[in-house]
Design a protein around this ligand. Structure first.
Ligand SMILES: Cc1cc2nc3c(=O)[nH]c(=O)nc-3n(C[C@H](O)[C@H](O)[C@H](O)COP(=O)(O)OP(=O)(O)OC[C@H]3O[C@@H](n4cnc5c(N)ncnc54)[C@H](O)[C@@H]3O)c2cc1C
Length: 453
């Protein structure tokens, strides 16, 4: 039966609702369907549950990601994690970094000290994205009102005046081939997941965005990065760093223990076209190309960051990722709304895409809860779009958003256009960070009501 004619969700105890999902039905119901169980989708689901909603969370992958990816949490994201009851666990596993150094042509130009920028969390927390996703998933699993299903791919969405539904394929692994068997994914069954609202948190290659026919407003040129995560021998660095050399950006993030991550902007690489899908392989393995990768890393360091002293130990993983700054022309309409990488991307240095996405997840959950409780409050959703699109226009505004003045050092003035995406903050958080470099963060449009969170 189409959701438009059904009117109300079946009234049932949450646990009973969870049981019904296991039946071989052609339709499943929830108050909100979230597509994509990355950090943003899982945060949206948890925030919705906190607001009393039943949530069905679908992801086409077989498990959460297994790499550090966006490995720093901004103070605003830490406050959100505290609201979700996850801050203490994150603080235990993460590494606090209070300083970011800026280098230009091998010369140390400045450092941004985070002390005093936030009353509660005056630091960045370096924690692998895989660990954040694990904590979010464990918290979700403990919620009777939430159901997370891996191996469930959304192929289409539709919406009517009073609801939305996703066409979902349940995937299963099967052996194929004769003589030499190989494992492949097949569609085990197809069903509709129906809800009053649908959240598209399905990342860079969002099917929800495609289905809503929402366009992409591409800003600036794309940047390809070669990323190395490795163990260091000797004293691990105590600060993060951004280094510019012959127009290329390199970024250092010290992780917990003796682990570090460097990302080097390069002109070309094997995966130069598409933003890669996240790796799910749970085992950290020593790759075949380990010696070659180590040599490449040493070469990059010698050329771009000769001031980096620790010796290179074992490489944990390395790969390429192309970052294309862009913004969705709309963030949704009626019953379907986007958040996170489904709606935007910027460069990797400031970890802005995921951190902004986490705050969007909370705001969108607020707006959906308001709209479901009071149909006259549907404008909460358009207000969500307006606030966060404006925030992103500021983030992608380059030198227009980050202005120099008479007090600005020459090196910061020269690099103002690329500095913005290197600052670890979004929204109002950027104001004190920019000020420490003698710059003013003044985005063309107004700030979200919540500020930086
Ligand atoms: C190699 C690599 C390196 C990175 N390095 C950095 C970095 O240094 N700094 C930085 O800021 N960011 C980095 N990122 C980006 C960062 O990981 C993302 O910003 C972050 O994951 C965004 O979170 P999200 O929840 O919005 O989307 P995602 O984490 O992409 O989650 C989207 C989820 O949706 C699921 N999905 C997609 N389509 C469907 C569908 N049709 N049906 C069901 N499920 C679907 C996917 O399986 C995925 O789990 C990196 C990413 C990669 C891949």
């Amino acid at each position: 039966m189409p959701i438009g004619r059904r009117g109300r969700m079946p009234a049932c105890h949450p646990r009973h609702w969870l049981l019904t999902i296991t039946y071989m039905r052609k339709e499943e119901y929830a108050e909100v369907v979230v597509v994509g169980a990355g950090p943003v989708g899982m945060t949206a689901a948890l925030c919705l549950v906190q607001r009393g909603k039943q949530v069905l969370l679908l992801d086409q992958a077989w498990r959460r990601s297994s790499r550090s990816y966006a490995c720093a949490l901004h103070p605003s994201a830490l406050r959100l994690m505290r609201e979700l009851g996850l801050a203490d666990e994150l603080l235990k596993i993460g590494r606090r970094i209070e300083r970011i150094a800026f280098y230009e042509e091998h010369a140390r130009r400045a450092e941004v000290n985070l002390a005093g920028t936030d009353a509660e969390f005056p630091f960045l927390l370096l924690a692998p994205q895989s660990e954040l996703e694990l904590l979010l998933e464990n918290r979700l699993r403990a919620q009777p009102r939430a159901l997370l299903l891996w191996n469930h791919r959304v192929t289409a969405i539709n919406q009517q005046a009073d609801g939305a539904w996703a066409v979902v394929e349940k995937l299963a692994e099967t052996a194929t081939g004769y003589m030499v068997p190989s494992w492949d994914w097949v569609v085990e069954r197809t069903f509709s997941a129906k809800a009053y609202h649908l959240v598209g948190a399905d990342g860079r290659h969002s099917v929800v965005r495609r289905e809503l026919a929402i366009g992409e407003d591409t800003r600036q040129t794309s940047e390809l990065f070669e990323i190395y995560e490795f163990e260091v021998e000797g004293e691990p660095p105590a600060e993060a760093a951004v280094a510019w050399e012959t127009g290329r950006t390199s970024i250092l993030w010290p992780l917990s223990g003796s682990r570090c991550r460097w990302a080097f902007q390069v002109a070309s690489g094997p995966e130069a076209e598409e933003f890669p899908v996240k790796d799910r392989e749970p085992v950290e393995y020593v790759e075949e190309g380990q010696p070659a990768a180590r040599e490449q890393l040493r070469g990059h360091l010698k050329e771009r960051a000769p001031w980096f002293k620790p010796a290179v130990g074992e490489i944990v993983w390395h790969g390429h990722a192309q970052f294309q700054p862009w913004l969705a022309t709309r963030w949704g309409f009626d019953r379907c709304w986007l958040a996170g990488d489904a709606a935007h991307q910027t460069g990797p240095a400031g970890m802005q895409s995921m951190n902004a996405g986490l705050l969007e997840a909370r705001d969108l959950a607020d707006a959906i809860a308001q709209a479901q409780e009071n149909p006259d409050a549907a404008q909460a959703l358009t207000a969500y779009e307006r606030r966060h699109r404006e925030k992103w226009r500021g983030l992608l505004g380059g030198a227009e958003s980050l202005r120099s003045g008479p007090e600005t050092a020459a090196w910061a003035d020269r690099n103002a256009a690329r500095l913005l995406s290197c600052l670890p903050g979004t929204g109002a958080e950027l104001v004190p960070l920019a000020a420490r470099l003698g710059l003013a963060f003044a985005p063309p449009a107004c700030e979200p009501a919540r500020g930086g969170g």
